[in-house]
Structure formats: structure tokens, C-alpha cells
Design a protein around this ligand. Sequence first.
Ligand code: SF4
Ligand code: SF4
Length: 425
Amino acid sequence: MSGKDYTEMWKGLGLNLENHAGLLGVLSKTYKDIYLNQKNRPRAMDYFDFVISEVHGLRIEEILNAKKTGRKVVGAFCVYVPEEIVLAADGVCRCGCAGAEVGSDQAEKFIPRNTCALIKAFMGFKLSGLCPYVESTDLIVGETTCDGKKKAYESLNDITGKVYVMEIPHMKTAEDRKLWLSEVKRFRDRMEELSGKKITVEALKKAAGVVNAKRKALQRLSRLRAAAPAPISGLDALLVNQVSFYDDPLRFTEMTNRLCDELEERVARKNGMAEKGAPRILISGSPMAIPNWKLHAIVEGSGAVAVGEESCIGERNHRDLLDESFSSMDEAMDKLASRYLGIDCACFTPNNERFDNIKTLTKSLKADGVIHYALQFCTPYMMEAYRAEKAVAGTPFLRIETDYSMEDFGQLQTRVEAFLEQIKG
Ligand code: SF4
Ligand code: SF4
């Protein structure tokens, strides 16, 4: 990881230094084994390697410096939290990691053992005193998406005292839209109160431009993955999507566009990451928060290439832009509410848009097969696997339920290999 010594900064944040050193050691080794062993990576991935090496170093230093100037730091665990509102209040927005098996024993004192790994992880990271992001956050914004998260936020608030929850409806009727619009406005008011700054239409316009530019860069990356041969590995593309939740948005956009420039050259020269004829796989389902690289490592380690993620760390996060053509606060709130209510999370019923999107992506990315990935105990995504399979009938489809532990790595590898043989056959 980083060469600079950040011990004093971590101490100041109250981290458990012993646990923290252990976490960084594991992260660094896993990253080296999985990422740095890839061949023929785009040169522009250097930047993303650097971000990972500084994920608890330079980036935290930047966030703490922003705090010293009076800016507020807002954390979230869901793509439903409108980043534009945070930026318009001059805040810093970032999403929690929650992608590693950490502090499960302590988390299980507050939540049942049979809870999805993502929820266990955000509780575990806090309880183990490991995460400098959680510790530097002024407000943690939760949401009422799935039942597990909704109830876990109550405990997280008992522990941190800084959780604010947005109510997400579970249908998309006219009445639900009204409720969600009022929630977006309530969040705007909360951000004004937290920051002591009035959110103006101009500030929202500027924020919309910043966040849309980030989305456009990610959309560009997605489109480039449709090329055959794929110019970038799924592992690298997943990493870029994961980093989008942490990095400074302007710098991230610039670096992602720089990567896309290089990928365009690769496409023109037919310089691919995978072997010729490697099966192209769309991965669909629960989000893969950093540093959850397990399934991609298995798929690509077995000779296939992941060409897309129909996930919140992927398409669901950047597919839709915010309509920037607003000129009043009411219009801005309305457009924000519409943009975010368009997200096709499995917590909604019905959720037909998601199945249409899986079908469209399978076609546009020329996927030879779909792997449906659900975190164990994530009922919404486990339930939707059936309809997802039906939506792409005729395309080989594999359902996987797993968590963050490496215990089932070998078993999953065997299943993925058999699936790839089926595709080749
Ligand atoms: S899957 Fe649903 S609950 Fe999870 S981050 Fe995405 S929108 Fe939020
Ligand atoms: S992965 Fe599933 S169970 Fe876990 S927080 Fe997201 S929606 Fe809830």
C-alpha cells in the first residue's frame, strides 16, 4: 500500500491500529494476487492502482483537509442517495466499502447471522474500528430499500449517532412518486441544516454537470466493453466502477476518459485482454462493493471475460443521466426524484425494467452467457433470479449465491468452469 506513514492520521480518527494493519495487509496481498498478475493491462489502469494503494491514505487526507475548510462528509451504502444534493451543499459524498468479510462476530451481536454479507460488513467495519471513511463521515445516509438494511441502520445509529434514513417506496405508482419527491426535498433540507449553506438552483446545476460527466465517462467505458475482443478485463472495469464511489468526481472523470481514449485505440487495433474465443459473460445481480472481486477473479481465471455488470456497482449506477434542463428549485427536485426513482433495484415490485435491461445488455454486450449473482440472504435478488433467467431464455444462465468468504472458491470455480464448457459446447 502507500509508502507514506499515515499512522498519526489513523490514530486521530480513533482506528484500531492493529486490526487496521491486518486489513491493509490482506487488501494489499489480494490486490497484488488478483490485479497485478493480469497481463496486457491498459496503461491508464496505473491511476486506479494508485487510488487503491492510497484508499486509506491520500484520499482520507484529502477528505480531512476538505473537512478543515468546513465541508461536510456524507457516506451512503446505496445508489439511491442523490449525490447532486450533497455536492450542491458543498459536501463530499462517498459510499462505504462493505465488500469484505470483516468483524462478522461483532456484527452478529447486533444483527442475525443470516444477514447478507454487505450489511454484516458495514456493521463489522464500524465495530472493528477499521474504516477511516466511516470515522471521518459527518452523516451516514441510509435508506429503506431491503428489510435487512432498514433494520441494521437502527443499530448503526445506536453506535454512531449519525444515521439519517431516506424512505424509499417499494412501488412506482403516482402516490409513491409523491412520497419519494418529498423525501428528496427532506434530504435537501437536512443537507442545508448540516452544511449551514443554502442549496441554490445554480449549485444544483453545477453538481448535476459534475455527476453527469462522471456517469458519461462510465457509460463510455461500458460501451467500449461491447467490442470483440474486449479491450479491458472485467476485473479492471469493475475496479473503475468501485473507485467511482470514493474518488474526487472531477479527477475520476478525467482519468476514466483517459482510460477510454486508450481503450478506443485498443479496439481499433483489436488488442483484447482475453484470449480469442473467450466466452463473454454478463454478471447481473447484487452489488459488488470494494474489495469484492471474487466472482470476477473466478470467471476470468477460468478463461472467460466479464463484459458487463448489471449491478449498482455498474450499469444501474450510471445508466441514466439527470435531466439538467431545470430552471427552478421545484423543477430540479422533480427531475432528481424522477432520475433516482428510475433505478431498477430488486427491492421494487414489479421490477420489469430490470429484466428488460438485462435482455438489452446481453444483446448489446454480445454476452454468450449470464451469471446471476446474489449475496446469500439477499432475498430480493435471489427471488429475481428466476425472472432474470426467463428474460434471457435461450442464453446460458448460471445462478450463484455466495458471500465474501473464500471457503466456496473452489466449488464456485468448478461450477463456473462447467458453465463455460456448456457455452463452448
Ligand atoms: S441493490 Fe438496491 S439497495 Fe443495494 S445499492 Fe442498489 S439500489 Fe441500493
Ligand atoms: S445485497 Fe440485498 S440484502 Fe444485502 S443490502 Fe443489498 S438488497 Fe439488501
